[in-house]
Structures are given as C-alpha cells and as structure tokens.
Ligand binder design. Sequence first.
Ligand code: PEP
Ligand code: MG
Length: 401
Amino acid sequence: TIPFTLLLSIVAELGSDTSHSAIIARSYDIPAILGIRDLLLKVGQGDAVLDAYEGLLIINPSDDIRASFIKKYNDHLTLLSVEKTYINLDPITLDGKQINLFLNIESNKDDALKQSDYVSGIGLFRSEFLYMKNTHFPTLDEQISAYSVVSKMMKDKKVTIRTLDIGGDKSLTYYALPKEQNPFLGKRALRLCLDELPIFETQLKALLIANTERNIEVMFPMVGSVEDIHKAMAVVNRVKASLDDEGIAYAKNTRFGVMIEIPSIALMSEEVVKLVDFASIGTNDLTQYLMAVDRMDASLSEYYQTYSPALLRLIKLVSDVFNNHNKPLSICGEIGGDILAVPILIGMGIKNFSMSASQIARVKKVIRNNSLTTCTLLAKQALSMSTQQEVIDLVKKHIIF
Ligand code: PEP
Ligand code: MG
C-alpha cells in the first residue's frame, strides 16, 4: 500500500462521488476523479494533469495547459490556506446562531481524529471498517478496545457509532455476502445483522460495555420501517438482559438512534421520533433510494441529484418533526460537509453536521460568512424550486463562500 501522504491524486474506472473510495479520498483532501470509463484502455504511462473540481483529466497536456493547471493548483493552495485559518473558530453564523460540527471516522486509528479538538464530537463512526480491515469478525474484546479508545479520547464529547453496515459496496474477505441481483436493495446493514444475530449481539454487547464514559451513542443503518426499529431494540433489550444475568457492567442509559437513509422511514418521522433518542440523515443513500439511482455509477451522476428540491423537501419534513419534538437530528451524508448544501440545510433548521475531516475548516468559513436570516430565506426559496440547477444557482448567487 502507498502511504496517503505520497498520493497526489487518484483516478479510477470505478466509483463515483459518494462511493466509499471517494469518501475516503475526500477525508484526506486527495483530489480524485472516479468512474472514468475505459480509463486503463486510454491511458498508458506518461504525463497527466487533473482538475478534480471540474472532473477533468488531460493526458500529455500541452505547455499552455500545463501552465494553466499550475496556476489552478496555486489558487487551490491559496484557498486551502485561507480556509485553514477558520479551523480553530466556532461555527457560528454572522447573526450569532451556533451550529455544531462533528467528524465522520472509519476507525479508532483514523487520522481524522487529530482534528477532534475542532469539533463537537464524532457524528458517524462507520464501524464496518473495523470488520473490513480484519481477517475475522472482530471479537468482543477487540471491539470493546476499539470503541473505548475513541470514547476515552473524546471524553465529554459524544461519539455516535453506527452498527455494522456491510453490503452494497462494502464486503468482507472472510464472510460471503448473499449473492443478489441488487445488493444495495438487498440484505445489507441492519437487515443482515437481524439475520446474523450472533454478529449483531456481539457488537451491541461491545458497545454497551465500552460506554464507560457515557458518551457513546449507537445508531442503526438502513432502517426502512418502524418494525425494523422494534426488531433492533428487541435485540438490544435481550443483550442487556444477558449482560445483567452475567453480572457484567455496562451503560444502561446508552442512547439509541437511527439513520434516515431510506425514504419510507423519512416519511414515518412522526412515529420514528417517539422511538429513538436521535437520528442522522444519511443523504448518500437517501439520494440513491429517493431518485432510484445507483450511487456507485458515475455514468448516472446527472440523475443522482444531491441538491434536488425533492431531497430538500424530504429533509425538511424530517427536520421539522425532530425540531418539534426537541430531539437531536444531524446530517452525516456527504452533503453535511458540502458548502453549497450546508447554508440551505441550516435554513431548514438543521443544526448538526457530520463530515470528513478535510471539510471542517471550509464549512466553518461558510457558516461564519453568512447569516441565519439569509440561510432561512434561501431555504424557503430553494424548497419551492423545480430543479436542482435552480437551487445551485440560488446558493451561488446569495452565499458568501
Ligand atoms: C449515507 O448513506 O449517507 C451514509 C452516511 O452512510 P454510508 O455513506 O456509509 O452509506
Ligand atoms: Mg448509508
């Protein structure tokens, strides 16, 4: 493997903007263009320049193009150094509204944890990466130690750990996932856990035992119905009862929440809010399922619309319900760290955003440069628009980046 620090950029035939390879590249701020069809047929060894802002890869560039890319690169470095000056500041709007930023991490050793001083906690610990980097299902003790490290490091800041979300584009070398026509619509995440109870129970046990600091919250992925919540909580209660029987100490008041990433559960928010302690909107999957577009397929990216008024209206519905019930709600999909989307989401009442480490400073900058009043007006307009392009144009016109 190549150390991330030696990687200048990544280009690949497979993947897309919200595939997990892109999410990891983004967390290290490595420019990446994924989903270039027949890349390996077209490209040999040699020179190339790329502009990941525009999704442009040029092979054997002329001297003029090379010079223009050097200028672009220097502009990019200047922008990064300006953004960096915001990392230490509070994410507070021009008119004083406090927003909370959280980190998305993949493991207890994630480099992103170096940024933990600049955020209010961990908003999404994708626990499946513990399983993916392993050669066997992590044991109870291995899991307790991984979760405890993060929990102790964060002290009084909260750590939201998502239970195993395997399937879709995430697989294990030591476990054969069911062969399915449509893996993203299949037995992934919570569905798999409910079917493989010993795996699920071991993880829940580890989470409950590891929560000695009382800052761990547990979140279920791919919840599609109220029945899913009942089923998951029934397993939690069984695990608690067995810990009680064994006389093992654990955090009885551990908080449980769900990811809102399937449209059906978003529409059931009024019922969901009464059953959970918190929720987080996973817009990567929510967009995929709302718009019926494979999030992995870059050739369909024009149909995968993360700024679509339809997605915004669905998020608004969830946001209103959780705000009315005073229950915490966050956004942990990639738009939670996207400076085009954050102002509208703030205007829709979202106060908590979880993102890759590389996005923290730039999101703080956009929050501090704009007012809640502007965001609210913008959100109102965006919600009444017809197309994604209108939403993008509106934000670009009114928001100071
Ligand atoms: C999401 O779906 O938005 C999400 C945060 O989870 P993941 O990207 O890991 O599927
Ligand atoms: Mg998801």
